[in-house]
Design a protein around this ligand. Structure first.
Ligand code: SF4
Ligand code: SF4
Length: 205
């Protein structure tokens, strides 16, 4: 008899604590319904890519010396450098340069090792096309200025987490003029210079 009563008591205790946990969970869920959704409403809202974002590659024809370093450091030897040797000037003359973004893995090696800085990464990430052959960019397409989410009037640009002001975690409704957390090196140096004691004038006392 005593054992049976203990079983009923334990069962009741378990049922009560289970009900409490479910109620706690539901209260948390309903509390979340009151919060602002963190959803970035693409394509009307877009996150501003970070300053080291590896997007579509930009190429400057006039700076290229056809050294082919970009081809050698590319994991798949992708860039096509079409050049001819000019016997009179004894220099390479670039005729065409192309990168097939249908094959590129956007590792940035070519940009890293280009000696003349004629390659650079842009923040352009919307490269979708119906025909993959149109992803093979020649030097004209590679030289096109990149699109930017901050200059598109139809888009509300939002800052990524690393660029939000101190203590802010949601990019919605943040004043875009507010700087990111922390100080720049020049601001730190200026603050240190202002705090340092004035140098001795050297005049005899
Ligand atoms: S590494 Fe730069 S300069 Fe050399 S071929 Fe490639 S793009 Fe041209
Ligand atoms: S980003 Fe990487 S994969 Fe693409 S062309 Fe440059 S080195 Fe090759």
């Amino acid at each position: 008899m005593f054992g049976f009563l203990k079983q009923v008591g334990d069962y009741t205790k378990d049922a009560v604590s289970a009900a409490r946990y479910i109620t706690d969970g539901l209260s948390v869920t309903f509390d979340h319904l009151k919060r602002r959704p963190i959803t970035v409403q693409y394509p009307y809202e877009k996150l501003i890519p970070s300053e080291r974002y590896r997007g579509r590659i930009h190429f400057e024809f006039d700076k290229c010396i056809a050294c082919e370093v970009c081809v050698r450091v590319c994991p798949i030897n992708l860039p096509v450098v079409d050049w001819v040797a000019n016997k009179e000037t004894k220099k390479k003359e670039l005729r065409n340069y192309s990168i097939d973004f249908g094959v590129c893995i956007f590792c940035g090696n070519c940009v890293e090792y280009c000696p003349t800085n004629c390659l650079s990464m842009t923040e352009e990430y919307e490269l979708a096309a119906f025909d993959r052959h149109s992803l093979n960019y020649d030097n004209v397409a590679l030289g096109r200025l990149p699109t930017s989410v901050t200059t598109d009037p139809a888009v509300t640009p939002l800052k990524e987490f690393g660029y939000l002001p101190k203590g802010v975690i949601d990019p919605h409704g943040v004043d875009p003029s507010r700087p990111r957390a922390g100080a720049r090196p020049d601001q730190i140096l200026a603050a240190q210079a202002a705090a340092a004691p004035a140098p001795d004038s050297g005049a005899p006392s």
